[in-house]
Design a protein around this ligand. Structure first.
Ligand code: HEM
Length: 313
């Protein structure tokens, strides 16, 4: 079957002049659209669960620990700046900042270990290979390369928006960046934390390397999360000022069909859609989610601004 004409495809056609205009509108207008869509979704009442409580709490643990690690690590890296001296004074001094840094590091390692244990449980205890391959897996697959190519064509107005399934290629990229970061930043962080232990089998020069790697990779990770991840997930015009799905766990039917049509159709074909039906998130939950989202996003943007100030001075 040939592809539908991009201009006839209501869910994912070539960006029309109106959509392009929306993409460059002021953020306030985009925020208004998000609120309108949210109100329409709540009124229509059809919602589906995307994330369960366990994954939402785990993501919350990663958010808290990552913000804490950046807030306590960057004052050490940029200790020559006025803001770093001030932040560390609030924390009780540079030594105390290093102490809090280690506490947040343990929290991040705990969240990471819980996730790895969950994947191992799915794979080995439940013998469920879908974590390794298929539409619900986080493992990059040929389909992701094709979708990335099609997505870039869509950006240029040369084709329809690809029908994404549960996870898009950029969500997988963000996910694996955390694995990479845990290995590089976490590994070097533990070398810095326990030098006498590691000195038993590592040469002395490696400690300098570990220090540079930890410091620079942490900088890259912070800037990546606070710009690329924040923009892709929250600040793009369709979502601005925040996508609440990771807090409420639910998406409206309209959103699911528009953003992940392949997932919607697959769940329908497999007869799994009804089991995911949810109530619309109540007002208190949406307001609480907004509070958490704006606090976390605000802290991230502030930290990024402080880092940029330190880098350009
Ligand atoms: C999971 C693992 C981590 C561990 C075990 C760890 C451990 C450490 C330790 C022991 C130090 C030295 C602190 C001191 O001098 O008192 C340090 C410094 C630092 N950490 Fe981490 N850390 C981890 C993750 C992170 C993350 C995720 C970031 C940011 C994204 C980060 C950013 C920094 C920065 C910027 C410094 C200062 C480096 C410098 O002085 O140039 N760390 N870390």
């Amino acid at each position: 079957m040939s592809n539908p004409s991009p201009r006839q495809d209501p869910a994912g056609g070539v960006p029309q002049a109106r959509e392009i205009a929306v993409a460059i509108q002021l953020p306030a207008q985009a925020a208004g659209r998000t609120r309108d869509r949210e109100a329409a979704g709540v009124a229509a009442g059809r919602y589906y669960f995307r994330f369960g409580l366990f994954h939402r709490l785990l993501h919350g643990g990663v958010v808290l620990s990552f913000l804490g690690l950046v807030a306590t690590g960057m004052p050490l890296k940029f200790s020559h700046t006025a803001w770093a001296a001030r932040v560390s004074r609030y924390l009780g001094g540079f030594e105390a900042a290093g102490y809090f840094h280690r506490v947040f590091a343990l929290l991040l390692c705990l969240a990471f270990a819980i996730h790895v244990a969950e994947v191992a449980y799915q794979l080995f205890a439940r013998k469920d290979a879908r974590v390794l391959w298929g539409p619900t897996s986080m493992v990059p697959q040929p389909r992701d390369i094709l979708e990335m190519y099609r997505h870039f064509r869509w950006f240029l107005g040369l084709g329809p928006r690809p029908p994404f399934d549960r996870f898009t290629y950029w969500e997988k990229f963000d996910y694996w960046a955390v694995f990479w970061g845990m290995a590089i930043i976490g590994g070097s962080g533990f070398v810095l934390w326990f030098p006498t232990l590691f000195a038993r089998f590592l040469p002395g020069w490696l400690f300098n390397v570990a220090f540079v790697i930890h410091s620079e990779e942490a900088l890259l990770a912070a800037l990546f999360i606070f710009s690329v991840h924040f923009f892709n997930s929250h600040f793009r015009p369709e979502k601005f000022p925040a996508d609440l799905v990771i807090f409420t766990g639910r998406v409206s039917e309209a959103e699911l069909r528009h953003e992940r049509p392949a997932e919607y159709e697959r769940l329908q074909a497999e007869g799994l859609l009804e089991a995911l039906r949810a109530e619309a998130p109540p007002l208190w939950m949406r307001n609480f989610s907004r509070l958490i989202a704006s606090t976390a996003l605000g802290i991230g943007l502030l930290l990024m601004a402080l880092i940029v100030v330190a880098l350009v001075r």
